[in-house]
Design a protein around this ligand. Structure first.
Ligand SMILES: NC(=O)c1ccc[n+]([C@@H]2O[C@H](COP(=O)([O-])OP(=O)(O)OC[C@H]3O[C@@H](n4cnc5c(N)ncnc54)[C@H](O)[C@@H]3O)[C@@H](O)[C@H]2O)c1
Ligand SMILES: O=C(O)[C@]1(O)C[C@@H](O)[C@@H](O)[C@H](O)C1
Length: 305
């Protein structure tokens, strides 16, 4: 038996979270550090609960002695009204993916943006950040764009097939970062944008096992561009492979997945996670999934993210 101070109990609330690699990443890192930590997925689909149940689940988690929670789709905004305190960045971004339960209070943070920010700094330390093209302005894309602007990007070209979404996000981000210029675009403008950009960040589902292919005409990519993909199932997406083959500096989507986990681990446990060790474990887990998928005829597990 142990209490909240002696061991750590963590959960992940969202839809379709059973295949998530975040629970094993936290548990392995805690094991290596000699910390007793259990991390359970709490899947709204399996429980047949609506997203609006997130508030009741927070209460239940507190009653059951949880130390913290990760929150994912479709609850990252919904959870905010149930929190006692929200970090400045999560409040500005309008999304929470990590909730600490401390002294009966709920404190919200966002480690998606910080995880991408540290991934970019660690994985592409020499990347020029004056001008960046970002493809995809959805949920993850919003956190990534926020991280890019915090990292000092001066001109961010936000491209989405949904022109309204690109325009809304660009306007929101432009207000948060008045010193930068954030401009909405549709994919047919990529031929004009790519020759002017330092790097490309990819945040659409294209390249995932269920959505194979390339998100842009690969001829638009030049060896001087750096490329960051956030898709990580598979880890070497077609974009990552073809960008590497052209000589571009490349960041794979696993770096962000590990970054958000490492930052949440630190917030929840108070201990610093060893990111390289966590990444090595993450790559092991992905390799196991990919090997199992190739045995099953090439279909990756029903992993949503
Ligand atoms: N590495 C990580 O930690 C991490 C975390 C979350 C999501 N992801 C990956 O990021 C992807 C996007 O996640 P999300 O939550 O932002 O999804 P989302 O559905 O909220 O957003 C995707 C956006 O891409 C746009 N889009 C789709 N196809 C496009 C195309 N061909 N050209 C331009 N725009 C296009 C859509 O209109 C939408 O706005 C996921 O599919 C997942 O693979 C990675
Ligand atoms: O790994 C996952 O499944 C996650 O749900 C991905 C992303 O949504 C993060 O914000 C969560 O902390 C964990």
């Amino acid at each position: 038996m142990s209490n909240r101070a002696e061991s750590v109990l963590v959960g992940l609330i969202g839809e379709g979270v059973m295949p998530s690699l975040t629970p094993p990443m936290h548990e392995r890192e805690a094991d290596v550090q000699g910390l007793r930590l259990l991390y359970r997925p709490i899947d709204l689909l399996e429980l047949a609960l609506p997203a609006a149940a997130v508030g009741d689940l927070l209460t239940a988690a507190q009653h059951m002695g949880f130390n913290g929670l990760n929150i994912t789709h479709p609850c990252k905004q919904l959870v905010m009204k149930h929190l006692d305190e929200i970090s400045d960045d999560a409040a500005r971004l309008g999304a929470v993916n990590t909730v600490l339960i401390q002294d009966g209070r709920y404190i919200g943070h966002n480690t998606d943006f910080s995880g991408f920010g540290s991934a970019l700094a660690d994985g592409l330390p020499d990347a020029h950040l004056d001008r960046v093209v970002q493809l995809g302005a959805g949920g993850a894309g919003s956190a990534v764009a926020y991280a890019l602007l915090k990292a000092g990007v001066k001109e961010l070209d936000l491209v989405d097939m949904d022109a309204n979404r690109a325009a809304e996000r660009a306007a929101e981000l432009g207000e948060l970062f008045p010193e930068a210029s954030v401009t909405p675009h549709t994919p047919n403008e990529l031929a004009q944008l790519m020759p002017r950009t330092d790097g490309l960040v990819h945040c659409t589902p294209i390249g995932m096992a269920a959505h194979p292919g390339l998100p842009l005409d690969i001829e638009l990519l030049e060896p001087r561009h750096w490329v960051a993909d956030i898709v990580y199932r598979p880890i070497d997406t077609q974009l990552v492979r073809e960008a590497r083959a052209k000589g571009c500096a490349v960041l794979d989507g696993g770096r962000m997945a590990v970054g958000q986990a490492a930052d949440a681990f630190q917030l929840i446990t108070g201990r610093v996670a060893d990111r390289e060790r966590m990444r090595a474990h993450f790559l092991e887990l992905i390799a196991q999934e990919e090997a199992a998928a190739s045995l099953n005829g090439g279909t990756l597990a029903k992993a949503a993210r």
